[in-house]
Write a protein that binds this ligand. Structure first.
Ligand SMILES: NC(=O)c1ccc[n+]([C@@H]2O[C@H](COP(=O)([O-])OP(=O)(O)OC[C@H]3O[C@@H](n4cnc5c(N)ncnc54)[C@H](OP(=O)(O)O)[C@@H]3O)[C@@H](O)[C@H]2O)c1
Length: 284
């Protein structure tokens, strides 16, 4: 076990579900946690709620909408202006959309938020991570990655949108991103790992405007993990010395061999280069 006391940690999507639980536990252990939230109001609400239980928690809220490259760039720049260290970047935020939606920059939303936003955020913050011993990038994927496919001929799913197809693809992208990042970090002190948190009762898939999807969670709650249980693997990875660079972890910290397309190192490299090109083409 590794002390996170006074370590600087960024968690995306820290105002809800697994991200909020992760923020609470790591802050309770003395970490300085920046809660990257697309809504500052929701971020401040979550922060106030955590402070009720952990009054000494060192928490800050930063505005970061992963569906906007401009917002990600502004968040990363503001963070680096105020901080000169970063021990862990926890790419936790995730979205499921029931119909095809696009990000501000024209990416299919599940790929755009779950992968592209985190990909860009990570590349912006890597220089800071590189300065810290034992730094880590922890990216939330899902066992759904096994059903994912990446088709560069239809990157925005305008021909073949499906909820599961889009989500599984974005979660495969999270794993492939980690594999390629780990390869690029091989000679550094930074480790990159991905996580399957298990099926947990959170707000995932619930429409924030209409509440659609809430009932499904209510019905499934008895057989799902709690958000706190869902956060266990991330919390473990944030505070262990025993990280395998490129590893995929589940169930509170067990490592599992990757399967299927996630083993394709060429696909991982292609996805990285595709992402870089797409982001550059948009002027970032
Ligand atoms: N729960 C599960 O069973 C399960 C299973 C496998 C994997 N996962 C993964 O675990 C991670 C956490 O999910 P969760 O279950 O805790 O879901 P959640 O309760 O819905 O939390 C998701 C978080 O992501 C944020 N988010 C959504 N769109 C965003 C955007 N454009 N920019 C910034 N943040 C955004 C949400 O913010 P708002 O509140 O503003 O919407 C929220 O804070 C996700 O990556 C998910 O894919 C979850």
């Amino acid at each position: 076990m590794f002390s996170v006391q006074d370590k600087s940690i960024i968690i995306t999507g820290a105002n809800s579900g697994i991200g909020k639980e992760t923020a609470e536990v790591l802050a309770a252990r003395g970490a300085h946690v920046t809660m990257a939230s697309r809504s500052v109001d929701r971020g401040e609400e979550a922060k106030a709620d955590i402070l009720k239980r952990i009054p000494y928690a060192q928490l800050e809220v930063g505005q970061c909408d992963l569906s906007s490259l401009a917002s990600v760039a502004a968040f990363a720049a503001a963070y680096q202006e105020r901080n000169n260290k970063l021990y862990a970047l926890i790419n936790n935020a995730g979205v499921v959309t029931t119909r095809r939606e696009m990000t501000e920059d024209g990416f299919e939303k599940m790929l755009g938020v779950n992968h592209i936003g985190h990909f860009y955020l990570t590349t912006q913050l890597l220089p800071l991570l590189m300065r810290e011993d034992n730094a880590r990038v922890i990216t939330l994927s899902s066992g759904a990655y096994k059903w994912g496919d990446i088709d560069f001929a239809d990157p925005h799913l305008d021909r073949t949108f499906g909820i599961w197809k889009g989500y599984a693809r974005s979660k495969l992208a999270n794993v492939l991103f980690t594999v390629e990042l780990a390869r690029r970090l091989k000679t550094s002190f930074v480790n990159a790992v991905s996580v399957h948190p298990g099926a947990a009762s959170t707000e995932i898939g619930v429409d924030r405007e209409t509440g659609f999807g809430k009932k499904v969670h209510t019905v499934l709650r008895p057989i799902l993990k709690s958000s706190r249980e869902g956060a266990a693997t991330t919390i473990h990875l944030a505070s262990t010395r025993e990280l395998i660079n490129g590893g995929y972890y589940y169930e509170g910290g067990k490592r599992q061999e990757l399967k299927g397309k996630a083993l394709d190192a060429d696909l991982a490299k292609e996805l990285w280069e595709w992402g870089e090109k797409e982001i550059r083409q948009r002027g970032f």
